[in-house]
Design a protein around this ligand. Structure first.
Ligand code: AMP
Length: 337
């Protein structure tokens, strides 16, 4: 794995530039993540499903559904090592590509497709690496599943996610002092995406949604009506229901139909409002164990997305940024701007 100290990061920042923060307490989460290793965040017991690379990709997606897991490491028997991850993103890419072709192609081209679409090099981490390095990898490579591999046995111990790491912070971070910026409103600290939000209309098809997932690489799409008001959320995870319900040859289904045919009912959309504090938002996202909240105004019109990627980036990798923004605002308040 690359050394995090030398690698240029998002927006041209390097790790050295990221490190110093302007407020004394701004770095607490960075320090917390540097002081804990991946092993600390691994649950005592969890389910792990491994697929052999020779498994037909279609069967592999059914196996993901049947086992209730979202991703599986791929084992190459010839090389005697893990060579990649099979995730819902692969499923989306394959469905999107083969939609125009007969379904049978999915049966016969599966192994080649798997190699074409999966990451050629497996991005993984060792159990004794810091959680800071895990977050760095998740964000740098824009992945959502990071296998923790024991260097001695070569075994996958767990698959780390943003959710697991935030949960760890939420539970054990209560023992560390809270940075002041947690009391700032989300609109002040500007954590999230608030422009060019990728959305789908209720009348758009599942294929339209897949095309956006492929082009924009976002993990969920707010489903909106003609007035831009939020009606539901269609996430990458929902796409796997197509395999569960054997509906993958009906991508002309509207969003409305796809949402109402969801196997498990999702109660509403988890939202947040611009005036809510960062602390309230972190609390809500961690307790609900979701990957993002949809930011809406008082009329339920979609204004942004606050995802775990945004929160981990801001709290752990670039705390100096939030601190600086919060500080600037406080000064402006004092000056009566
Ligand atoms: P995620 O894939 O959810 O971890 O998010 C990665 C980045 O994309 C974050 O900066 C999110 O705020 C942003 N994002 C997530 N969903 C959307 C969306 N529907 N439209 C625009 N940006 C999004």
């Amino acid at each position: 794995m690359e050394s995090s100290h030398e690698v240029p990061f998002m927006d041209g920042l390097t790790m050295k530039e990221i490190a110093p923060a302007s407020a004394p307490d701004a770095n607490v989460y960075t320090k917390f993540m540097r002081d804990h290793c991946c092993y600390d965040a691994i649950p005592t017991s969890s389910k792990l499903v491994v697929f052999d690379t020779t498994l037909q990709v279609k069967k592999a997606f059914f196996a993901l559904v049947a086992n209730g897991v979202r991703a599986a490491p791929l084992w190459d028997n010839k090389l005697q090592c893990f060579v990649g991850m099979l995730t819902i993103t692969d499923f989306i890419n394959i469905l999107h590509r083969y939609w125009q072709s007969p379904l049978v192609e999915i049966y016969y081209n599966c192994r080649e497709e798997l190699l074409k679409y999966s990451n050629h090099t497996l991005i993984s981490i060792t159990p004794d690496s810091s959680l800071f390095d895990a977050i760095y990898s998740l964000l740098k490579y824009k992945i959502h599943r990071l296998p923790v591999i024991d260097p001695e046995s070569g075994n996958v111990l767990h698959i780390l996610t943003h959710k697991r790491i935030l949960k760890f912070l939420h539970i054990f971070g209560t023992m560390i002092p809270k940075p002041r910026y947690l009391q700032k409103r989300i609109e002040e600290v500007d954590i999230g995406t608030f422009k060019q939000i990728a959305t789908v209309r209720e009348t758009d098809t599942v294929y339209d949604a897949l095309a956006i997932f492929v082009q924009r690489r976002v993990s969920a799409l707010p489903v909106v009506n003609e007035e831009g008001k939020i009606k539901a959320l269609y996430s990458r995870f929902d796409v796997i229901n197509l395999a569960a319900q054997k509906n993958y040859n009906n991508l002309n289904m509207t969003m409305q139909e796809a949402i109402s045919s969801r196997a498990c009912c999702v109660d509403g959309v988890l939202k947040c409002y611009p005036h809510e504090t960062l602390e309230t938002i972190i609390d809500r996202i961690a307790k609900a164990e979701v990957h993002r909240l949809v930011l809406v105004d008082k009329d339920d019109v979609v204004g942004g997305i606050v995802s775990l990627s945004d929160l981990l980036q801001a709290l752990v990798l670039t705390p100096a940024e939030i601190s600086r923004r919060a500080q600037t605002l406080t000064t402006e308040d004092k000056l009566g701007h």
